[in-house]
Design a binder for this molecule. Structure first.
Ligand code: FAD
Length: 493
């Protein structure tokens, strides 16, 4: 990568995820470091080279107004691996996100989307969602909404399934093309302190980031794009509130027996709400799909321990059998394949309204992640901005986490651009205010809806089940309301 400084350092063990470390950092903030060496000064230091961090840096480098800023990226992973990421056409990574048309339009705008490996991206045009308890369902597709099409060039497409690594690799390619960025990768942030006042320089309100290799970087604006356990957020003393869902998101790359009911051109995404959490099958090119199954941690452990044949049976069962039958199959340590073929004979389902049968699971792709909801009290502080998962973590049932991060980046990049063109200090909290007021309420609303959906569908019996089924059917029948919901989910407002 063409960069004015590229650090290949040794990863260190220290990190800031724990409460005591966070407290320590706050103390550091009050009692500035005594290190004497002057740090290198940057306009923007971004910690975190995931989708959010790389998008921000690309947006800043791509804009004429902000391209002369001195910018540094710090990332604990080896970005060379990300940049050169390549898989054969019959293999897909298990971390895949559905990018909304609004996110794609932004990525096109900053020149990143043309670097994507487009043969690995799968648009889908319809989404079938149903209640695993009552069977009531809703289908989303643009032509069926009865409202005007969205204001995107990619009409009719609900979202684009894209491997996260395909996206980050494209962003890195675009950054390489733009140049002028200092990258410290393969090294962790060891510490963040406030700077010092010397005879020639007053950095006492500037965050100074210390890396494992001893380098120190002072930031006019320090951006935390460093994920759910954000060290930048801890340094700023910003609380992040929420709860754990006591669910794991189990992911896998699976293979269908055909290309799906709509064929290659009209791909469909499926999501069934089970009492333990939703199970979703989202299309990838050819007959591949990505599975996201939100379930109890014990169920996730069992699923990961099964033979491929039994795992495949469980996935097929999740879209076909009753929750009671499925719960029984979760009590078996093996033999799910035989159990399913017996139980299917006694279960009625409409094959055209559920995904095609799974016939394979790609080796090494079954993994799970704990699911939680967290929202930072604020996204900004003096010389601090938080973006992406550092600011908010949401349940994946609506496929919005990464898209929310893209919305943050658009807004923060615009805010920085405005500050620059109006002679403001880009790190001053006052300059950052428009970003926080633009994004906080929007994200909070979406997170609230997603959280309520998770809770609503966790109920197994009683009037709530009847009410939610009625609600689903009513929304399905109301083209206008359905169109409105789809525009919100597509990021179109
Ligand atoms: C099962 C599952 C399915 C999902 N599906 C979707 C979907 O369909 N659509 C969608 O929009 N979202 C989805 N999401 C959410 C999405 O994956 C996240 O919102 C997104 O990856 C967050 O991006 P980010 O850049 O903010 O954070 P991250 O991807 O977490 O990146 C943070 C970066 O910071 C680096 N870092 C952290 N600490 C340090 C440190 N101390 N020093 C240096 N670097 C550091 C990390 O190495 C990492 O690269 C899903 C999530 C899950 C769990």
């Amino acid at each position: 990568m063409k960069a004015s400084s590229l650090t290949i350092g040794r990863p260190v063990l220290k990190h800031f995820a724990c409460q005591s470390c966070a407290r320590l950092l706050r103390i550091h903030r009050r009692y500035a470091t005594t290190a004497s060496e002057t740090p290198e000064i940057f306009d923007v230091v971004c910690v975190g080279g995931g989708p959010a961090g790389l998008s921000l840096l690309t947006a800043l480098r791509a804009s004429r107004a902000t391209s002369s800023l001195k910018i540094a990226l710090i990332e604990s992973q080896d970005l060379f691996q990300t940049r050169t990421w390549k898989l054969p056409p019959d293999q897909y990574s298990n971390r895949v996100s559905s990018l909304t048309p609004s996110s794609i339009a932004f990525l096109e705008d900053i020149g990143a989307w043309r670097h994507i490996q487009s043969s690995r991206v799968q648009p889908y045009h319809e989404m079938q969602v149903w209640d695993g308890v009552s069977g009531s369902r809703i289908s989303f597709d643009w032509p069926g909404t009865g409202s005007e099409p969205p204001q995107f060039p990619q009409q009719k497409t609900i979202a684009y399934m894209t491997e996260n690594l395909n996206l980050t690799s494209a962003l890195l390619a675009r950054l390489e093309e733009l140049g002028g960025l200092t990258i410290h990768d393969n090294t962790r942030v060891e510490n963040i302190n406030l700077g010092q006042e010397t005879e020639t320089l007053n950095l006492s309100s500037w965050p100074v980031v210390e890396l494992a290799d001893g380098r120190r970087l002072a930031a006019r604006l320090l951006v935390g794009a460093d994920g759910a356990n954000s060290p930048v957020r801890a340094f700023a003393g910003i609380e992040s509130r929420g709860w754990d869902y006591e669910r794991h998101g189990l992911v896998a790359t699976v293979q269908l027996e055909g290309e799906g009911w709509g064929g290659a051109d009209e791909k469909v995404a499926y999501q069934r709400f089970l009492p333990t959490g939703p199970v979703a099958l989202l299309p990838l090119p050819g007959n591949f799909s990505t599975l996201v199954w939100s379930t109890l941690p014990s169920h996730a452990s069992l699923l990961k321990s099964l033979s491929t044949a039994d795992f495949i049976a469980m996935v097929n069962a999740a879209f076909r059998l009753s929750p009671v039958d499925l719960a029984y199959m979760h009590t078996q340590s093996q033999g799910q394949a035989e159990e399913l073929s017996w139980r299917e004979q006694h279960t009625k389902f409409d094959v055209q309204r559920i995904p095609q049968r799974i016939v394979g699971a790609q080796e090494g792709t079954v993994a799970s992640f704990p699911l939680r909801m967290r929202h930072a009290d604020t996204y900004i502080g003096e010389r601090i901005a938080l973006v992406g998962d550092a600011a908010h973590t949401v349940h994946p049932l609506a496929g919005q986490g990464l898209n929310q991060g893209q919305g943050d980046i658009q807004s923060l990049a615009k805010t920085i651009e405005y500050a620059i063109t109006h002679g403001q200090d880009i790190g001053a909290q006052l300059s950052l205010e428009p970003y926080a007021s633009d994004r906080y309420a929007t994200n909070n609303l979406l997170m609230g809806v997603v959280d309520k959906l998770h809770k609503l569908y966790g109920v197994q019996s009683g009037p709530v089940v009847a009410l939610r089924s009625w609600g689903l059917q009513a929304v399905d029948a109301m083209g206008g309301l359905k169109g409105f919901l789809m525009r919100q989910a597509a990021g179109g407002g």
